[in-house]
Design a protein around this ligand. Structure first.
Ligand code: 13P
Ligand code: SF4
Length: 362
């Protein structure tokens, strides 16, 4: 924790203010910028409003724009980048993020950024992955309570018990796991490379955790026998096949695109299934007249902002964890250098090896 330090101006030892992070002591706290909606802010952010105007009424922009300007200014001052997952809200995704993508894209970019500070626009396991892949950087998450029902469904002890039950069977972990779990497994995967990673091991059986639905969906694409854990994404498990069929009955021309964290029967109704980046690519390349993205609903807003010819149907399931990340919290992150992501030193080497093996698969 923070130690008392000698303050040269006062000539005395001062206790650190409550809540000041180690990173704040290393980098210093900056003054909170003005958050007034002024003609200057309007002028300097006008090009960013252009990017979101299809999904954000003009009346909302004066609330976001002062934060957008302040965050973009502070990023330069701090030499920071914001890595934002495709589920972040449009004002984050389009207006302050330096890099956007699915879990695999964000992990790759986290490992290669030259910036001093990474601010993770996403959930805690993503920030841990960034720290594992680029340990020399300071990684901040604007709200450390941004968890994930999948990551919370399994512990390192659970993995050790699985290994004892299935001796010699390799363990593949979805990146939606804690560093503690990553330290116990052989290799990580994401929804965009799961089949390839499973097959790369050259074995007849693998333990695949923690998502039982992703496991079922992977199992249909490979001869490798999958031993699954029981976790589920609280957002994707809510979709049902009958709900999607109703949309299809109403409009047989609609394209239904699903994330493979959805139950198997939901994916079977879909025209295409893939990671969030693959879903976005599908829409941009095929430009369907009408599309239903069976996933977290901010993603539809983000793609809709860029695809004016596509109509989006939105059965809106929000991820409460992703939605903990907001512009005010990102600004606080950059001003106060919080919340810093650290990883138990006893886990780092093994957890990094599991993620790095995945990255090295290309
Ligand atoms: P991808 O972006 O890798 O498809 O993952 C989706 C997800 O649920 C991340 O939390
Ligand atoms: Fe986890 Fe699902 Fe939220 Fe992604 S959408 S962070 S998998 S709970």
């Amino acid at each position: 924790m923070l130690a008392p330090r000698f303050d040269q101006t006062r000539g005395s030892i001062v206790a650190p203010p409550a809540g000041l992070s180690d990173a704040a002591l290393r980098y210093g706290v900056l003054p909170m910028p003005s958050l007034a909606w002024t003609p200057e802010v309007e002028r300097e952010t006008a090009h960013l409003y252009e990017k979101v105007k299809r999904v954000m009424p003009p009346v909302e922009w004066p609330f976001h724009a002062p934060y957008v300007k302040a965050i973009n200014d502070l990023k330069r001052e701090r030499n920071a980048v914001i890595l934002a997952h495709n589920y972040q809200t449009p004002e984050i995704y389009h207006c302050v993020a330096d890099v956007v993508g699915d879990s695999l894209q964000l992990a790759r970019l986290a490992g290669s950024t030259d910036a001093e500070i990474i601010v993770q626009g996403g959930v805690h396991f993503m920030a841990e992955t960034s720290k594992l892949l680029n340990p020399g950087k300071t990684v901040l998450i604007p709200d450390s309570k941004a968890g994930c029902s999948l990551a919370e469904s399994i512990t390192g002890a659970d993995v050790r018990a699985l290994r004892a039950k299935y001796p010699g069977v390799p363990v593949v972990a979805y990146v939606n796991t804690s560093a503690e779990v990553k330290a116990e497994v052989d290799i990580c995967c994401t929804s965009s490379n799961a089949v390839r990673i499973v097959e790369s091991l050259g074995v007849e059986r693998v333990i695949f955790l923690p998502d039982r639905y992703l496991a079922q969906n992977v199992a249909t694409q490979t001869k490798v026998k999958i031993i699954a854990w029981t976790g589920a994404c609280e957002v994707h498990e809510r979709f049902t096949a009958s709900e999607l069929q109703r949309y299809r009955e109403e409009d047989p021309g609609i394209k239904i695109i699903a994330h493979p964290e959805c139950p198997r029967e939901v994916v079977e109704v879909a025209d295409f299934a893939g990671s969030t980046a693959a879903m976005i690519d599908y829409v941009k390349k095929n430009q369907p007249r009408r599309v239903l993205l069976v996933t977290e609903c901010s993603m539809a807003d983000n793609v809709a902002a860029e695809t004016p010819n596509v109509e989006f149907v939105r059965p809106c399931n929000l991820c409460p964890h992703m939605k903990r990340i907001t512009l005010p919290k990102i600004l606080d992150s950059l001003v106060y250098m919080r919340e810093e992501v650290t990883i138990d030193p006893s886990l780092v080497t093994r957890a990094r090896a599991s993620v790095q093996r995945m990255i090295d698969m290309g």
